[in-house]
Design a protein around this ligand. Sequence first.
Ligand SMILES: Cc1ncc(COP(=O)(O)O)c(C=O)c1O
Ligand SMILES: N[C@@H](CCOP(=O)(O)O)C(=O)O
Length: 431
Amino acid sequence: MRYFSLNDRSHTSSFENAVVKGLAPDKGLYFPEKVVKLPASFIKDLQNLDKTEIAFRAIKEYVGSEIPDSDLIDIINETLDFDFPVVNITDDIGSLELFHGPTLAFKDVGARFMAGSLGYFIKKGNLGKITVLVATSGDTGGAVANGFLGVEGIDVVILYPKGKVSDIQEKQLTTLEQNITAIEVDGVFDDCQRMVKRAFLDTDITEKRKLTSANSINVARWLPQMFYYFLACKQLQEKDKKLVFSVPSGNFGNICAGMLAREMGLPIDHFVAANNSNDTVTNYLETSEYRSKPSVPTISNAMDVGDPSNFVRVLELFDNKYSSLKDALSGYSFDDSQTKKAIKEVYSKTGYIMDPHGAVGYLGVQEYLKGKEGYYGTFLETAHPVKFLDTVEEVIGKKVAISNSIKHLMDKEKKSLQISSYEDLKGYLLS
Ligand SMILES: Cc1ncc(COP(=O)(O)O)c(C=O)c1O
Ligand SMILES: N[C@@H](CCOP(=O)(O)O)C(=O)O
């Protein structure tokens, strides 16, 4: 499969180059030249196939022959080494739990798949040292740190907004050391993301260091997120209802991978982009005008994104046709008080504890299903509630059990560098 730059279609790339470079030279995101259509017989048979077979079929053509099948299967096995259950919350709403990986958020899948793919290309190609630059609003950083820890030939530099991630999220990305460096930025997530993109275009840096991105702008981080939807549909096949997925969205990588999976053949009737008060896309869907905004802090902090990178990919999937996109996608925004109310209500009615991000997803599906019959709505529970202890315990009025590994993590010493401008980042990367 070849990939083209969304800024200039005449610029194309192999999968390997797209993974190793992260962004096209014109700063465009890479997009596959073809959306793979999977046979209806494969989709029908999902419930009889195992995780690895499903994921392999879903991603194989996007990788092409650039990673041999046996290595790709090894990468997939390591990537999907935990469970992805759909848990019924009510008769017509379920939670797709994506937090059973090592860093307790859905990012583990993309981070591990990318670490495996990049690790393969480095070993095979004698590429020399690569610096993985990543911006995080909370969970990507921890997952990337964990996924790339000790991977030979790779240094990881993680930028995160000072004071705007939860305590556990911060410890996950600042305590590993070895090849992982965490940098606290005096700003918001969008500032971190802008700095990362600017570094890619800065020849002073790129002449000295080979850079790639481990945000979902990188196709090896973005594409494997489609696995969640295949694994959910496998479990939902028996429902015999129209399927709706509500995705708590920030940078829009996850939902975009889901929408790609739908175009590939999954029987998904509709998507809901569930947002917190960072409502750039909700407004776009209402008005057809895209206006990015400065992000505002919320209790679902990992979704505090004012200018989501992947929205251009969502538009591309629908040939930039607003009306086609509107048929497939609805968008709603919910503020912190609505989010807290949802956590409290679901807990008191069912005993199920949602994290603030999942709660926004729950509100999204609840809103979409109002007045509809014959649907089953799944919201993606993208992080474990323990990652947001302060909020969750305050809202449900009860202590949440903490595992020994989290207790151990919290005792570790945070190590980070502090910066306040792009020049500071540049100085660090050139030092
Ligand atoms: C827990 C959680 N939920 C939702 C999101 C939003 O996902 P995306 O950026 O793919 O839209 C994030 C961040 O990526 C997250 O960490
Ligand atoms: N919410 C994310 C923001 C970055 O998203 P990504 O999927 O593009 O890496 C985070 O947790 O950092």
